[in-house]
Structures are given as structure tokens and as C-alpha cells.
Design a protein around this ligand. Structure first.
Ligand SMILES: *[C@@H]1O[C@H](CO)[C@@H](O)[C@H](O)[C@H]1NC(C)=O
Ligand SMILES: *[C@@H]1O[C@H](CO)[C@@H](O)[C@H](O)[C@H]1NC(C)=O
Ligand SMILES: *[C@@H]1O[C@H](CO)[C@@H](O)[C@H](O)[C@H]1NC(C)=O
Ligand SMILES: *[C@@H]1O[C@H](CO)[C@@H](O)[C@H](O)[C@H]1NC(C)=O
Ligand SMILES: *[C@@H]1O[C@H](CO)[C@@H](O)[C@H](O)[C@H]1NC(C)=O
Ligand SMILES: *[C@@H]1O[C@H](CO)[C@@H](O)[C@H](O)[C@H]1NC(C)=O
Ligand SMILES: *[C@@H]1O[C@H](CO)[C@@H](O)[C@H](O)[C@H]1NC(C)=O
Ligand SMILES: *[C@@H]1O[C@H](CO)[C@@H](O)[C@H](O)[C@H]1NC(C)=O
Ligand SMILES: *[C@@H]1O[C@H](CO)[C@@H](O)[C@H](O)[C@H]1NC(C)=O
Ligand SMILES: *[C@@H]1O[C@H](CO)[C@@H](O)[C@H](O)[C@H]1NC(C)=O
Length: 487
């Protein structure tokens, strides 16, 4: 009920909801779905080879059928593939099963279902107090042939609606990044002339219609760095809901300015060091601390509302880089420990290990959505702990996390009332931590959210503890009632 009324409020006050909406997303955690690969709408479970890049049959009704699975892990939002009508013909680079080859902004991709199914998904989510985040790409459309004939695109079917065709030869030339074309000779991606105010206004109107038609709660904005920055405030205002931009960069000073024109960004600069920090026992935890402190310092709202992630449809899954479950569990615990919005890419909880596009877009149905998997339990516990921390401490989502590192392979993240103790020593290590200035009172019982072990702080509130097998520990005050009730 609460989310339902929040969504109605957003519709009614689209122009003023900007801050409030980002505020509402701060406490959420997101499950990212490749719609074609997550769940079938019916009982058939087709073979699906990601390498073929063909449609496999997943759709919006399939997601509706599996909302218990998603909500059961504690997620209260999903991000799904772009929904608009895509290139219909199969190319030598496969089908548009990912949704990024826009053909018609005003149609839906019928491979995923009907407009009725998409509205049904939105209602089913709201009935569960969950949010719907749509992925939108307004940078470009897609041509199905090398000549890039745009005459069948809609509503932009005139060559003059697009920039002159050119290739991004120099990624440091921002004008090229914004105005040249992505794609390749097989599937050129004609780049919309978003410098033209008529075209910008058409896109603003489109996004407003999209949000209203499907009762959307937030947008993941594809290729945000490929459009001029001053296009985005008008876009976010017209959308009237939370926007999180994709700015794929290792350079935080390049990425940070996008947090002033969109509500937030996916934290790519942190992603790269996070992945490397836990992909091996040699990973650099200091670099991770530095990256997280930089997002706190440089992003418009600190690191709050930025998307914290380890995997997505473009990047190699963590388990293609390491099979060490201690490293994997520590890396996942980091996602839930900090200020950003945790994002888990579908299949991460099942231990999928595809090494990059297209191998990392596996069908999920062969896993039978097994909830007796260690990472399903881990993620459920972390979601529960984070949500309870937000309920019991009104300042949980306003106070910045503090990081304490005292050895090359251990790290403590304090975000009261949670203390997350991490290590990248691997599955044969016995890490220990000694954390001062925790804010906990002296002689207080703390409970491990993951194991239910109890420890005491010392007389000054310091925490001293260790684990076997390199596993993470997530401590919380014993007086807070959550987490272990589940075990
Ligand atoms: C199941 O759904 C898929 C994808 O929409 C479709 O191709 C297939 O025909 C359906 N099977 C049955 C038995 O309805
Ligand atoms: C592309 O698909 C359309 C609609 O199915 C079909 O009419 C057309 O012949 C196809 N073109 C090619 C080159 O396959
Ligand atoms: C491109 O798409 C148009 C419109 O769907 C279709 O008529 C045409 O046959 C397609 N061409 C190729 C090469 O697939
Ligand atoms: C683009 O396709 C349309 C419709 O098939 C055709 O009339 C037109 O000549 C084509 N234009 C170019 C530049 O190939
Ligand atoms: C395409 O746009 C140009 C410039 O605005 C205009 O002159 C031309 O008539 C348009 N062509 C079509 C087919 O609408
Ligand atoms: C902007 O695009 C519109 C629609 O295609 C066109 O009519 C107009 O001439 C363009 N304006 C400029 C300055 O190019
Ligand atoms: C992201 O950026 C990296 C580094 O510049 C590049 O190698 C990669 O291809 C990019 N990926 C996507 C999906 O943009
Ligand atoms: C680890 O990262 C820190 C901070 O970015 C850097 O100063 C240091 O040189 C790195 N250490 C190694 C071994 O690369
Ligand atoms: C421990 O990590 C090594 C790689 O460092 C891996 O080969 C082994 O399977 C792991 N065992 C467990 C139980 O995670
Ligand atoms: C903690 O316990 C010790 C030993 O019982 C006691 O001396 C000390 O006063 C206690 N401190 C607090 C803050 O309760």
C-alpha cells in the first residue's frame, strides 16, 4: 500500500518529485533482470545458448511468475531490459533480445509480451510494495543494415534527425563521444541529434508518456555519457522519477559531474576497483577504500543513491574471475555495506559464471530458481540486515559509511548500526579485525547477521574478532530484532 500511494504521488507531482524520488530510492535494493533470459511466461523451458544471441523466450509474464523468488531474497525493486520495440530482423550479430536496438519508441517489444503484460508487471510489483525501474536508451536507434536506412524508424525517420555518421576514434574527445555513432558496420546505431531542441522535446515527451503509461518508479539511463550533459536535467524533470545513469568510466572526475544532471549514476569507477579488489587474493583494498571515499566526496549526493554493483549484462561475472567463495562472499557483502543502492545482477545468487557479453546473459531457468544456494542465503541476510538497519536507525541512509583498514587484506566498513568486516585473504585464511571508534557502547553484545554468533564489544566499545575460511562478518547490535530470526 505504501509504495502504491508513493507511485500515485509521483504521477501527480511529476515536476517537483525530483528530490523526493531519489530520496525514496535510497533505501531500496535492486535486482537487475535481462528480461529475455530471466523467466519463461509459461511452462516450457527451452534450450538457450547465450553465444547464439537469439531470443530465448523470457518475458514480463515470466517475471510476474517469479516475483516471490525475487522478493524472497529481500529485493524491493527490479530493473528490467529496455521495453521499446526493437529491430525485428535477425542480424549476423543475432537478435535484439537485450532490448538496446530501438526501432520504434512508441511500440513495445512483443517478444517480451504485450502492453497489458507490462502494465500487469508494474501493478504486481506495486501490490508487493516493490518498485519498477525501466532501462531507457535515448542516445541512438538501430539500423538493421550497413547502409543505415532510417526510413522505418519511428518517430525519427528522417536522416536530419540524426548526427552525421562518424566513428568515435578518440574516446577523450567528448564531442565525438556525444555526436558520433556507436555500433558497427553490421548494426550501425544512428545517433539522435539531441542538440536539436525539437528532438530533445520529443524525447522529453516520450519519457513522460512512458513513465505515466506504465507507472514507472525509476529509470536506468543507458549511455548517459554519449549525450551532452545539459540534455539531462530536462529529461529527468520530464520523467518525474529517479534517474540513474550509465557512465562507464574508470575515472571518477569524469563520471562525477553526471550526478549533477541526473539523480545519480551507476558507480562504475568504484566497480572496477571493487572487482579487482576481490577477484584475487592480491587485490588492492586500499584502492577500493580510496574509490569509495572519492564517490562520497565528489558525487552530488555523496555516494548515496549511486548504484553499487559487481556484475551486469556488459561485464564479466565475478565467478568467471575467481571461484574462491570467500572472495565472492566478501565482495557481495561490500555491495550491501555502504552508502550506495545495492544492485545484484540476476543469476549472481545462483553462482553463474559467464565471462562477459554475451556469455553473461545465461537463461536462469536451468537453475530451477533454487533457494537452497549459499549466495541466495547470503544475499537474503544482507538485504534483511540493511532494511532493518534503515527501519531502526532513521539516520542509516543519511550517515556516510566509514572505512577502517588496518592490514592489506582486511577492511571494516562502519555504517551504524551495521559493522561489515571484510577480507580478501581467500578461503584458507583466518582474518582478524580490531576496530576502534565504532560508536557502539562498551560491553555491548553484537550479533553476526550471517552466522548468528555473538560477541561483546570491550569496555570502550572496540570490536575485536576473527573468522575461519576467510568469510565476511556483518555485525549488528543484538538489541535490534532482525536477521537471525530467519536462520
Ligand atoms: C511459451 O512461451 C514462448 C515464448 O513466448 C512461446 O514461444 C511458446 O510458444 C510458448 N509455449 C506454449 C506451450 O504456449
Ligand atoms: C525483416 O522482417 C520483416 C518482418 O518480419 C520481413 O517482412 C522482412 O522480409 C525481413 N527482412 C529480411 C531482409 O529478412
Ligand atoms: C530492416 O527492417 C525493415 C523494417 O522492419 C525491413 O523491412 C527490412 O527488410 C530489414 N532489412 C534487413 C536487412 O534486415
Ligand atoms: C530506405 O528504404 C526505403 C523503404 O524501403 C526506400 O524507399 C529508400 O529508397 C531507402 N533509402 C536508402 C537511402 O536506401
Ligand atoms: C527531412 O528533413 C528535412 C530537413 O528538416 C526536410 O527538408 C525534409 O523534407 C524531410 N524529409 C522527409 C521525408 O520528411
Ligand atoms: C530540428 O529538428 C526538426 C525536426 O526534424 C527540424 O524541423 C528542424 O529544422 C531542426 N532544427 C535545426 C536547427 O536543425
Ligand atoms: C566500458 O569501458 C571500458 C573501459 O573503457 C571498455 O573497455 C568497455 O568496452 C566499456 N563497456 C561498455 C559496455 O561500454
Ligand atoms: C593500491 O591502491 C592505492 C590507492 O589507490 C595505491 O596508492 C597503491 O599504490 C596500490 N597498491 C598496489 C600494490 O598497487
Ligand atoms: C578456494 O579457493 C580456490 C582458489 O583460490 C578454489 O580453487 C577452491 O575451489 C576454493 N574452495 C572453496 C571451498 O571455495
Ligand atoms: C565493562 O565491563 C568492565 C568489566 O566488567 C567494567 O569494568 C566496565 O566498567 C564496563 N564498562 C562499561 C562502559 O560498561
Amino acid at each position: 500500500m505504501r509504495v502504491l500511494s508513493a507511485a500515485i504521488l509521483l504521477q501527480a507531482s511529476a515536476l517537483t518529485a525530483f528530490a523526493a524520488t531519489a530520496e525514496q530510492w535510497r533505501s531500496r535494493s535492486i535486482y537487475q533482470i535481462v528480461t529475455d533470459r530471466f523467466a519463461m511466461p509459461n511452462a516450457t523451458l527451452p534450450d538457450c545458448d547465450p553465444e547464439a544471441r537469439h531470443y530465448c523466450g523470457g518475458g514480463w509474464q515470466g517475471i510476474i511468475n517469479k516475483l516471490d523468488y525475487i522478493q524472497g531474497m529481500g529485493f524491493d525493486a527490479i530493473w528490467i531490459s529496455p521495453v521499446v520495440e526493437n529491430t525485428v530482423n535477425r542480424t549476423s550479430e543475432g537478435d535484439a533480445y537485450h532490448g538496446y536496438w530501438t526501432n520504434n519508441f512508441y511500440g513495445v517489444n512483443e517478444n517480451f509480451g504485450s502492453t497489458y503484460d507490462l502494465k500487469g508487471l508494474s501493478s504486481a510489483l506495486h501490490a508487493r510494495e516493490m518498485y519498477l525501474m525501466l532501462d531507457v536508451n535515448v542516445n541512438n536507434m538501430a539500423s538493421n543494415s550497413s547502409v543505415a536506412n532510417v526510413s522505418w524508424l519511428y518517430p525519427f525517420m528522417n536522416q536530419s534527425n540524426f548526427h552525421q555518421r562518424c566513428t568515435i576514434n578518440d574516446p577523450s574527445d567528448q564531442k565525438q563521444v556525444e555526436q558520433c555513432w556507436l555500433g558497427d558496420a553490421v548494426v550501425p546505431l544512428p545517433d539522435l541529434n539531441t542538440e536539436n531542441s525539437t528532438i530533445a522535446d520529443m524525447l522529453y515527451t516520450w519519457v513522460s508518456d512512458l513513465v505515466n503509461t506504465y507507472n514507472v518508479d525509476g529509470l536506468r539511463v543507458d549511455k548517459a555519457k554519449n549525450i551532452r550533459k545539459d540534455f539531462w536535467p530536462g529529461f529527468t524533470k520530464s520523467a518525474g522519477v529517479f534517474t540513474m545513469g550509465e557512465v562507464n568510466s574508470t575515472d571518477i572526475s569524469y563520471a562525477a559531474p553526471y550526478t549533477t544532471v541526473l539523480d545519480s549514476i551507476l558507480d562504475y569507477p568504484q566497480y572496477y576497483v571493487l572487482r579487482d579488489a576481490f577477484a584475487s587474493k592480491k587485490g588492492n583494498l586500499s584502492a577500493l577504500v580510496h574509490a569509495a571515499q572519492s564517490s562520497q566526496a565528489l558525487y552530488h549526493s555523496g555516494a548515496f543513491s549511486s548504484g553499487t554493483f559487481l556484475e551486469n549484462h556488459d561485464m564479466p561475472r565475478l565467478q568467471s574471475l575467481t571461484k574462491d567463495q570467500a572472495l565472492v562472499q566478501n565482495a557481495i557483502a561490500w555491495i550491501f555495506a555502504g552508502d550506495g543502492i545495492p544492485i545484484i545482477y540476476y543469476g549472481q545468487e545462483q553462482g553463474l559464471s559467464g565471462a562477459g557479453d554475451p556469455s553473461n546473459r545465461e537463461p536462469l531457468w536451468p537453475t530451477a530458481y533454487n533457494t537452497n544456494k549459499p549466495l541466495v542465503s547470503l544475499i537474503s541476510s544482507l538485504n534483511t540486515a540493511r532494511k532493518a538497519a534503515g527501519f531502526t536507525s532513521t539516520s542509516f541512509h543519511e550517515n556516510q559509511m566509514k572505512m577502517v583498514q588496518e592490514s592489506p587484506s582486511t577492511l571494516a566498513v562502519l555504517k551504524a548500526p551495521l559493522l561489515t568486516l571484510l577480507s580478501n585473504g581467500g578461503n584458507t585464511s583466518t582474518p582478524s579485525w580490531k576496530v576502534a571508534d565504532t560508536g557502539y557502547a562498551g560491553n555491548t553484545t553484537l550479533v553476526d547477521v550471517l552466522t548468528c554468533d555473538e560477541i561483546m564489544t570491550d569496555g570502550d566499545g572496540n570490536v575485536e574478532t576473527s573468522t575461519e575460511g576467510g568469510m565476511p562478518r556483518v555485525r549488528r547490535l543484538a538489541t535490534l530484532c532482525f536477521g537471525c530470526a530467519l536462520h
